[in-house]
Ligand binder design. Structure first.
Ligand code: FA5
Length: 336
């Protein structure tokens, strides 16, 4: 019995098989157990001898099972380690990382600059009423200046906003007579334009400041600080007289061209200046319609084209590059 049992145990391949042998030999109904149980029928002389033998066999089997368990467990562990081995010299699977669109990058940079100057960010609707897009900005119906912006109308009184300036009127309406008021409003705008530097959908960042004793010098200083942070310390700004119905005086603002020198942006004129935005002192009528007293407070406002700034910053000469979905354009801006 002992030799057969030990042989079986030695040949066992799995822990389950081993468990089966354990039950067969040592279990309640096992062979050894029944021998030990049957000892009652033996004579007094035979009993201790046979008892000793049976106990020896039991112990040997027990020991053999315990040893086998250890060696089987070791074997299974080695097998598992072997199966799960990782070959660290294999080439990895490359994860493709997306990138932010250059317009998003520039818009965020603009927001950071103005947040740093204490401005709040305010948003307004892209589908706008004639009232906010024009009338509240001193552009009554049939005003000739409405022709300056070719408008996509949805109904007679509802349109796609042609600029972010309606957010000026909306914010004044909500916050007047709060001063100082300092907001920027980034967003999409729409016009019937379409060429290398004009797109039917583009982005503007509107700015509005209202406080006591605000002058044109504050506007120029703010825009100069912005230009230096966006394009570099040597940057200059220049204000040219212009006209917007909602500002008086009004200006078109140029920055000096060296920022794109050498990278072929192709946007700069012979003069060495390029226009990036429209601006001016908020017209007293607009202040009044917004709930402010023009005798008490003044304001300046500006509206800059995000595409224009991104084109200058990255040397892109055709505005359509931003929207044609060519991944080669966007991937240049991937981080790492
Ligand atoms: C305006 O839209 C005024 N609302 C700006 C303003 C705000 C003036 C507050 C005074 C006070 P303008 O139409 O010039 O102005 O547009 C402003 C800027 O938007 C331009 O300088 C240009 O950078 C950009 N822009 C205008 N049209 C397009 C277009 N079709 N595609 C891309 N950028 C454009």
């Amino acid at each position: 019995l002992q030799s057969i049992a030990l042989e079986n145990i030695e040949d066992a391949q799995t822990l389950a098989q081993l468990e089966e042998y354990k039950v067969n030999y040592l279990g309640k109904k096992g062979e050894i157990t029944s021998i030990l149980r049957g000892m009652g029928s033996l004579s007094a002389e035979e009993r201790p001898i046979l008892g000793q033998m049976a106990n020896d066999v039991k112990e040997k089997i027990q020991q053999a099972i315990t040893d086998k368990i250890v060696s089987l467990e070791e074997k299974e562990l080695l097998l598992k380690l072997d199966e799960e081995k990782i070959d660290i010299s294999l080439p990895g699977t490359k994860k493709s990382v997306g990138s932010l669109h250059p317009l998003t990058l520039v818009r965020r940079e603009m927001e950071q600059i103005f947040l740093g100057m204490g401005y709040d960010i305010v948003e307004g609707p892209e589908i706008e009423t004639d009232h906010y897009n024009f009338e509240a900005l001193n552009l009554p119906k049939n005003h000739p200046a409405r022709d300056m912006q070719d408008t996509f109308y949805i109904t007679e009184n509802i349109l796609l906003r042609t600029h972010t300036s309606p957010v000026q009127a909306r914010t004044m309406g909500k916050r007047a007579p709060e001063v100082p008021l300092r907001i920027i409003s980034p967003g999409r705008v729409f016009r019937k334009d379409d060429d290398a530097t004009h797109s039917p959908m583009f982005h503007q960042v509107e700015g509005l400041v209202i406080d006591k004793n605000i002058t044109l010098a504050d506007l120029k200083g703010t825009l100069l600080l912005f230009a230096k942070q966006m394009f570099g310390e040597k940057q200059q700004v220049r204000l040219r007289p212009s006209f917007f119905p909602f500002t008086e005086p009004s200006a078109e603002v140029d920055i000096s061209c060296f920022s794109c020198e050498g990278n072929g942006c192709g946007l700069c004129s012979q003069t060495g200046w390029i226009e990036i935005l429209g601006a001016g002192m908020v017209h007293p009528n607009v202040l009044e319609m917004g709930g402010y007293d023009p005798n008490e407070v003044q304001g300046f406002a500006f509206g800059m084209g995000v595409e224009r700034i991104a084109m200058l910053k990255y040397g892109i000469s055709d505005i359509r590059e931003f929207y044609n979905g060519d991944l080669r354009v966007v991937q240049q801006f991937a981080r790492g």
